[in-house]
Design a binder for this molecule. Structure first.
Ligand SMILES: Nc1nc2c(ncn2[C@@H]2O[C@H](COP(=O)(O)OP(=O)(O)OP(=O)(O)O)[C@@H](O)[C@H]2O)c(=O)[nH]1
Ligand SMILES: [Zn+2]
Length: 309
């Protein structure tokens, strides 16, 4: 039996599909190799390069994983949920309507910071004019924190060509968003024959059962440059149970310049005297909104810590 390196291009529950490194999802759909994991070993993600023992032409067992450049993950209680590995950026889709959750956006940003992965915020459905100002107002903070923000309408191809495609060309992008933000519409507009490809892949991955809840990678090409888009299921929660207080603080860009400047080394920035974070709120460089977001995260981390021991 031979061993070979494959790229994981789809995952559904504990099932994975791989492709040899010289094959692309847009041209070689029949080359998919169904992967099983050894024992209870998990933690693989779309985008991982894995060493596989081939057991037949289209089946194999994952033996080990190659070193990752990065991986983007959520952490539910005691469990890390890998969304993608070896990516250049995470694109978070928000919309004018239905209203998006700023809490979930904030959490996704923290996960990206911890993983040291660039972010792109996409405001979709800007053709819904009566909701546009409110969405812009909510999002206006984020470019100030260093996160690029673009505005598009999935239905308006010109807006995609002008704003989104140049940001995707040459990169591997994890596309994520809450349900209803229009992520599928964006994928449909960006990737030709996506429905056909989805049917192909569901039939291999899930023995014909129809599902769109898997994470999958699309090889594509924009402006003559190769690119990969990883589509992930809409999310309704975003756990960060395994993060430390320090990780969360360092993942908030406006907190960073003030960290280490409080009177007490172990300052929790809640009501301590001469707290540099509280002073920054007074001075207006940290917004009340983000500070309360931080407090909610801390409260949850404390809860997890207490529950664990
Ligand atoms: N007006 C407007 N509607 C849009 C736009 N993009 C998507 N929609 C609509 O928004 C609704 C949700 O779009 P989807 O693409 O299914 O959203 P999704 O984020 O993939 O949602 P899930 O499939 O539930 O994860 C659909 O009715 C789309 O037609 C847009 O740019 N403008
Ligand atoms: Zn402090």
């Amino acid at each position: 039996m031979s061993t070979t390196v494959l790229r994981i291009v789809a995952s559904y529950g504990h099932q994975f599909l791989g492709l040899p490194l010289d094959k692309r999802t847009d041209t070689d759909a029949t080359a998919y190799i169904q992967l099983v994991t050894r024992g209870k070993k998990q933690g693989y993600a779309v985008g991982d390069w894995v060493n596989v023992t081939l057991t037949s032409d289209n089946q194999g067992a994952i033996e080990s994983i190659n070193t990752r450049e990065n991986h983007f993950y959520r952490s539910e209680f005691n469990k890390q949920k890998n969304l993608a590995a070896n990516i250049d950026q995470v694109a978070i889709v928000c919309a004018t309507e239905p209203a998006f959750s700023e809490e979930l956006l904030g959490r996704a940003l923290i996960c990206a910071e911890v993983a040291e992965i660039d972010v792109l915020i996409i405001l979709n459905k800007i053709d819904v004019l009566d909701k546009l100002d409110a969405a812009r107002e909510t999002l206006s903070l984020y470019p100030k924190l260093g996160y690029p923000l673009i505005e598009v309408a999935a239905k308006n191809t010109e807006s995609l060509k002008a704003e989104l495609i140049p940001r995707l060309a040459g990169k591997t992008t994890l596309l994520m968003g809450q349900s209803g933000m229009g992520k599928s519409s964006l994928i449909n507009a960006l990737i030709p024959d996506v429905q056909l490809k989805t049917r192909e892949i569901s039939s291999v991955l899930n023995s014909g059962k129809h599902t769109t809840t898997f994470t999958r990678l699309f090889d594509c090409s924009f402006d003559g440059e190769a690119a990969q888009i990883i589509d992930s299921p809409g999310f309704e929660q975003f756990g960060m149970a395994q993060f430390s207080h320090s990780q969360v603080q360092h993942a908030m860009p406006e907190f960073v310049p003030h960290l280490g400047k409080c009177r007490f080394n172990n300052c929790a920035h809640i009501r301590e005297p001469q707290c540099a974070i509280l002073e920054a709120i007074e001075a207006g460089t940290i917004t009340e909104n983000r500070y309360h977001f931080y407090l909610r995260l801390v409260e949850q981390l404390n809860y997890y810590d207490n529950a664990r021991y």
